[in-house]
Design a protein around this ligand. Structure first.
Ligand code: COA
Length: 152
């Protein structure tokens, strides 16, 4: 069974391991995750396969004056295309609102079709491109926002 919950200190090594496979040079270390878990303006969540006792996905958000910057979105390759990222991000945004986030934003490589489709499905809208934002390979970033409607 897949469950969704806040990241624990004991998840940081596995999160860093998944990051290094997926994001290589841009990967966070276990210490980066540990430091982030200590911030009261950040929330990190995971998906866990309870049958395997294994963390299979993670994502995080940092609240800056009501704007939540979403980072570290990843799903273990063996668990993709089963709705885990969609469920995890809905959970992350719900938990983000509890620490005051109203608007959500993130950057994504312009060629990362699975992630772009995922964010669009969740109601994110492209508001621009940061040319050459990523290295290795050099690539533009699309900037997505999901803004709370006025009066809601
Ligand atoms: C992007 C990623 C997080 C998606 O995770 P996932 O658990 O496989 O996604 P889900 O199964 O929840 O899919 C939800 C939606 O995302 C989109 N999507 C996911 N994988 C897709 C694919 N391979 N091709 C096209 N759309 C895709 C679809 O819209 C899908 O909805 P649908 O099933 O109704 O079509 C995963 O591919 C991943 O970890 N990629 C590597 C890390 C990464 O790129 N992170 C994002 C950095 S900004």
């Amino acid at each position: 069974m897949i469950i969704y919950e806040h990241m624990k200190m004991s998840d940081c090594e596995k999160a860093a391991e998944l990051e290094s496979v997926i994001f290589r040079g841009d990967a966070w270390s276990a210490d980066d995750f540990r430091e982030s878990l200590c911030c009261d303006y950040a929330v990190y969540v995971v998906a866990r396969d309870t049958d395997e006792d294994s963390m299979v996905a993670c994502a995080g958000i940092r609240n800056m004056c009501g704007d939540g910057d979403i980072t570290n979105v990843l799903v273990d390759k063996a668990y993709r295309e089963h709705g885990i990222a969609e469920h995890l991000l809905r959970y992350l945004m719900q938990e983000g609102e509890k620490i005051g986030v109203r608007n959500f934003t993130l950057e994504v490589r312009i060629t990362n079709t699975p992630a772009i489709k995922l964010y669009e499905k969740l109601g994110f809208v492209s508001e621009g491109v940061r040319p050459g934002f990523y290295d290795d390979p050099k690539e533009d970033a699309v900037i997505f926002w999901k803004r709370k409607k006025e009066g809601v």
